[in-house]
Design a protein. Structure first.
Length: 255
């Protein structure tokens, strides 16, 4: 079986466990860090290049997780901003840099840590099949952006061709609504071709939903306009049949 990615940038990193949240490459997410093991991991990261291994807990009800309670596939991230809160917790902003994996997550000086390795997908060969995969995914994303006002069309300018497929897949994964399991699955799917094909399916489903919502809004708008016309017409008819004596009675009231 051909290897579809390489491991690189081996580095000891502190681990930041997240509850019910998956941090993806190319994502920027706010996190409140309040648990003791997480605060110590963050403080270690700040002293050492601000890099941290961000991963999700398998169960959200565990307050003091061990290595086996976490997914070993996560994201090497960098801390962009941090602020201390009155209760001693930190509010931070982290940016996902690369898919990463830690074989053994263990306790180290009061926090979880391990030797992280980036998982870098090999680019796809320039052939007709791969170009078709790229073009299909890009066109789907373009359609999604046109239907979703929350995503700026400027994002499309970052992608030129097959060489940008890795960046495109991660950008799409960040932009479309996915549940916890789907995000973790995409994070662990390093194979670039398989990731692109999976995202094409997810994008098609989301586009179908957006089109259905759009059509529903159009039907509602047409119904509202029809009701307004009917109301105005009914009022016009009622006005035509009001006897003149009624106006004399109304004139007795002061406005």
């Amino acid at each position: 079986m051909n290897q579809t990615y390489r491991k690189e940038n081996q580095k000891f990193l502190p681990v930041l466990p997240l509850k019910n949240l998956v941090a993806l490459p190319k994502s920027i997410i706010p996190v409140v860090v309040g648990r003791k093991i997480s605060i110590k991991a963050l403080e270690f990261a700040i002293k050492h290049d601000k890099e941290i291994f961000v991963t999700a807990q398998k169960a959200i009800d565990i307050e003091v997780p061990k290595g086996d309670d976490l997914f070993h596939y996560g994201t090497r991230a960098v801390v962009l901003q941090m602020a201390r809160m009155p209760n001693g917790a930190y509010k931070i902003l982290v940016e996902g840099i690369s898919r990463a994996h830690i074989e053994n997550i263990e306790e180290h000086d009061g926090f979880l840590a391990g030797v992280s390795q980036d998982l870098q997908a090999f680019p796809l060969e320039e052939n007709s099949e791969n170009k078709a995969i790229w073009r299909n995914l890009f066109e789907l994303f373009k359609e999604y952006v046109s239907l979703n006002e929350k995503v700026s069309a400027d994002v499309l300018g970052m992608f030129r061709g097959l060489q940008d497929l890795d960046h495109l897949t991660d950008t799409i994964a960040v932009q479309i609504p996915l549940d916890f399991g789907q995000r973790q699955s995409l994070l662990e799917l390093v194979d670039l071709k398989q990731r692109a094909l999976k995202l094409s399916v997810l994008l098609k489903k989301e586009i179908e939903v957006l089109n259905a919502e759009k059509n529903s809004r159009k039907r509602d708008q047409r119904q509202i306009e029809t009701d307004i016309v009917r109301f105005e017409y009914a009022g016009h008819l009622a006005y035509r049949h009001v006897p003149f004596s009624a106006f004399r009675e109304f004139s007795a009231f002061k406005c």
